[in-house]
Design a protein around this ligand. Structure first.
Ligand code: 6R9
Length: 649
């Protein structure tokens, strides 16, 4: 590993928790001690303390048949009961569960008692439609309360949901429906996005066209009020049907290992993987991490995670974690810039949000727009900020802390994956001294290491591949219908250590820095360079708003660094007057070393991103290598690639 990767790790800023925060923090340092003294006992305690078990478990982990783990196997619980009924029975029925805000400005306030009542009716409705424990239900909804209600109703019946992000095409929806053999689809006529209604029911119709499907019914929530086609006998309006069912529903207990959901995620090959999660272990780690990583006080906090329920972050940190913990949260339907670029900050002021969890890509686009937008609003209610989805470069971290967090709030950079189910590596607010750009330390009870290609653990100040060395409660239990691919993808490289597919490095203190997917780590003249590191250097330059770096095949050096850069709005005029590419190449060279100097820098207006905000480097690599651009169907905005290409030609 070359020294050139070190630049990021020389980040010297440190932020110790304030005395006051530390004194009142939910998480305490003794969690680490308890977990290292008796890891399984620690998780068993968490499962007992944080959840209600209809049948208590006696066994914690069974790892006798790796990589197939079971947790709390002989226990039984109901996931929805844990998220709803028990809070009402404990006297918290009047607490707001969801402050919902539609994009056009309409609102709904839903208490725990009301949410419980809605989910009971929905469970009765699904039962009437033939849904039984183990059946799969596809959910294709906008960010409206019914998305949460539908997920919990499915869970309440011991059935399995497969939420498909509303931005996915009919084709993607169809392949997911087929793979899971879903019996029911829950959708809406449409939802609001960027000031317009986008149709959803149309996509379901297109997906199911021609019949020959496992789907028996399509349940349609009215939201967009847009016209929809109707297939008699198959299609049903949610509001019509829900009016016909009983209000009461008793939650039955299901085994801890009962499947809870399938969530599809892209792998290195074309076919998405259906990641399978089960009940007891998943909910334990969801609740534990949500409480401790976000310093949650359910009686007083207002929490907001901006993720869509179509992603794992929405599953664990919009639905299961917060609701299992009885938190009050904001749910927002629309986009951050509608109808004005300060909408998110307006919502934080309006609902006095105290804990906010979002992605670096969002933070960087706000940086691009400028601090004048957040500064119009009172953000003083915020006391904890979180980041997830990709490495957060120190510049964005600092901006987040200063402009959004008033220079005071702790920021937790949380590393985890669809596969891990819940947060794995993160600081604990009030405990950890924060280091901008680093995810820092494994959570209590989580065993992480960094190995070299031969499987040997690397030392401080060295890099390699991130692995999870011991099973964890919310780990994926498999890939739906494909045990071989499960073994091959995650467990063939290092035996019974889970291979995450991320490059990582220990710094001099032995803390963890994520370096991006291993396929995003370049090899230039035998030196390993991280896309994250070069991007970070580029965005540290005053001209740069956003940057994406790819390794393009190069005859002499193996790979070469190619950068795509967006210039800040207020710097455009100045940029016209100089040779920007030369300036930025020099800058990277100064920041990291000549080896990292981009061979080419393309100035563009936009970067291709998935709907979850991840830069699609694969497409940029196609451009950089002069190939025809590959499959763009998962892009949030498919026009971006043509705009980039027109800039280059
Ligand atoms: C939760 C989620 C997982 C991949 C993961 C890694 C990247 C997520 C990160 C991070 C650096 C963080 N990632 N969080 N990289 N620092 N805090 O995003 O799940 O969509 O499955 O993506 O995202 O590369 O392997 P998912």
């Amino acid at each position: 590993m070359s020294n050139t990767i070190d630049n990021l790790l020389h980040e010297a800023r440190r932020f110790a928790p304030s005395e006051q925060f530390a004194a009142n923090a939910v998480a305490t340092a003794d969690l680490y001690e308890r977990a290292s003294a008796d890891r399984l006992g620690f998780w068993a305690d968490q499962a007992r303390e944080l959840l209600h078990w209809h049948t208590p478990f006696t066994s914690t982990l069974d790892w006798s048949n790796p990589p197939f783990a079971t947790w709390f196997d002989d226990g039984a619980l109901n996931v929805a009961y844990n998220c709803l009924d028990r809070h009402v029975l404990a006297g918290n029925g009047d607490r707001v569960a969801i402050h919902w805000e539609g994009e056009p400005g309409d609102t709904r306030t839903i208490t725990y008692a009301e949410l419980t009542a809605e989910v009971k009716k929905a469970a009765n409705l699904l039962t009437a439609l033939g849904v039984r424990a183990g059946d799969r239900v596809a959910i294709y909804l906008p960010m409206i309360p019914e998305a949460v209600i539908a997920m919990l109703a499915v869970a309440r019946l011991g059935a399995v949901h497969s939420v498909v992000f509303g931005g996915f095409s009919a084709e993607s929806l169809r392949s997911r429906i087929d793979d899971a053999e879903a019996k029911l689809v829950i959708t809406a006529d449409g939802g609001w996005r960027k000031g317009r209604v986008f149709p959803l029911k149309d996509a379901v119709d297109a997906a199911l066209q021609g019949g020959d499907t496992t789907v028996e019914h399509v349940l349609v929530v009215k939201r967009g009020e847009n016209e929809v086609a109707w297939t008699e006998g198959r299609d049903l309006w949610w509001h019509d049907e829900i009016a016909l069912v009983d209000a009461d529903h008793v939650a039955a207990a299901f085994p801890a290992e009962n499947p809870l959901f399938i969530l599809y995620t892209s792998g290195t090959t074309g076919k998405p993987k259906g990641i399978l999660h089960t009940s007891g272990g998943y909910l334990t780690q969801a609740a534990f991490t949500h409480k401790n990583v976000f310093d949650l006080r359910p009686e007083s906090d207002v929490y907001w995670c901006s993720a869509d329920v179509g992603w794992i972050t929405g599953h664990t940190y919009v639905v299961y974690g917060p609701l299992a913990n009885g938190a009050t949260q904001v749910l927002y339907e629309g986009t951050p810039e509608t109808p004005h670029p300060g909408r998110w900050w307006e919502l934080i002021e309006k609902y006095k949000v105290s804990i906010f969890y979002t992605a670096p890509t969002a933070i960087r686009s706000f940086m691009k727009l400028g601090r004048q937008h957040p500064q119009k609003f009172d953000l003083s209610s915020l006391r904890v900020l979180g980041s997830v989805g990709e490495p957060i470069n120190p510049e964005a971290w600092m901006w987040y802390r200063e402009v959004i967090g008033g220079g005071e709030t702790p920021i937790v950079d949380t590393w985890w994956q669809t596969e891990t189910g819940a947060i794995m590596v993160s600081a604990l607010p009030g405990v950890t001294t924060l280091k901008p750009g680093s995810a820092q330390v494994p959570l209590p009870g989580i065993s992480i290491d960094i190995l070299d290609e031969a499987g040997v653990p690397v030392g401080k100040d060295q890099g390699g591949l991130l692995v999870v060395t011991e099973p964890w409660p919310s780990m994926l239990r498999g890939i739906w219908g494909d045990p071989e691919r499960f073994k091959e993808t995650y467990w063939s490289k290092f035996g019974d250590k889970y291979f995450a597919g991320d490059g990582a490095r220990y710094d001099k203190d032995g803390e963890i820095w994520l370096l991006g997917r291993v396929d995003d780590v370049m090899n230039v003249s035998g030196h390993r360079l991280s896309t994250a590191e070069i991007e970070s250097a580029l965005v540290a330059h005053p001209l740069t708003a956003e940057a994406a770096v790819v390794g393009a095949a190069d005859e002499t050096t193996g790979q070469a660094v190619v950068a795509f850069v967006i210039i800040k709005q207020n710097q455009l005029e100045y940029a016209e007057s100089i040779d920007v590419a030369a300036e930025l190449r020099k800058h990277v060279s100064e920041q990291i070393g000549a080896i990292a100097r981009p061979r080419e820098i393309f100035i563009v207006n936009e970067l291709p991103k998935t709907r979850s905000g991840k830069i699609m480097r694969r497409l940029l690599r196609d451009v950089a290598e002069g190939r025809e651009v590959g499959d763009t169907t998962t892009l949030a905005d498919t026009a971006v690639m043509s705009s980039i290409q027109s800039k280059l030609s």
